[in-house]
Write a protein that binds this ligand. Sequence first.
Ligand code: T3D
Length: 262
Amino acid sequence: MKYEFITVERSEDSITFLTLNRPDVLNSVRREMADEMCEVFMKSRTDNTRCMVISGAGRAFCAGQDLSELNTSDISANDLGDIVRQGYNRIVKPIVDLPFPVVAAVNGVAAGAGANLALCCDIVVASERASFIQAFSKIGLVPDTGGTFFLPRIVGPAKAASLMMLGEKLSAADAMSLGLVSHVFPEDSFDTEVRKIAATLAHLPTQALALTKKLLKSSWNSTLEEQLDLEAALQQQAGQSEDFAEGVSAFMEKRQPQFKGK
Ligand code: T3D
């Protein structure tokens, strides 16, 4: 399938690489781009994808909403609620629910909805030249794309408020020290390192990773008792997988496991 605003590449080891592809405007998001992303998310549920990597073409990851898509001659005529519901909310929910890990490979600036798109992914890695800006307040908007959910939970409420209100730009190193990203790689080796992480994830027991994702999501809002119950229920499920049988056999036989994601 050929897309206009994104590219999609599939590796032999079942990794789907989704690249936002509007480099001239720093991969800012139009409605059609969001539609294309949603289609990829939907297809990836049934095409044996075991890991997805989201990144941006050119020097940016994503500069958020394409501001030129708005009606600027009558700004209040724009239905921003609709743009958020039909665009960004439709992107965040599937990413969080996809039954495999999603890696945000933040290759450059991530601003506004682009910054929060990264934060809703399971693993966020950054190039040394990446930066993160909660740009919304600079144009009179509020943070969206799940930013007010994820950011305070990652950095704490005080830092989240400061980042979101002052719109301070974070370097990759700052993002790393605040816990927004798990790895920072030099620009030269960024693509190679991202592929290594994605390949590692794609060879792990995918079902167990999907269940881990569910547990982590649930932990945002659960009591300890609820989490303990869910851990038991999902461990029961993981224990029925072929990959668990393979993992234990491989351990006993002192060999590397060959997980199939089943
Ligand atoms: O509908 C709604 O608005 C509701 C939803 C909102 C969600 C949001 O994401 S709101 C936040 C929108 N994003 C922004 O406000 C960020 C705007 N961009 C910037 O602040 C800067 O571009 C950056 C800090 C991201 C990068 O700065 P810099 O100096 O590296 O690049 P630049 O020169 O500003 O941008 C390069 C080109 O990309 C430039 O075009 P040109 O002059 O070469 O023809 C610029 O206009 C274009 N561009 C960058 N961001 C956007 C954009 N064009 C459209 N929309 C953008 N968001």
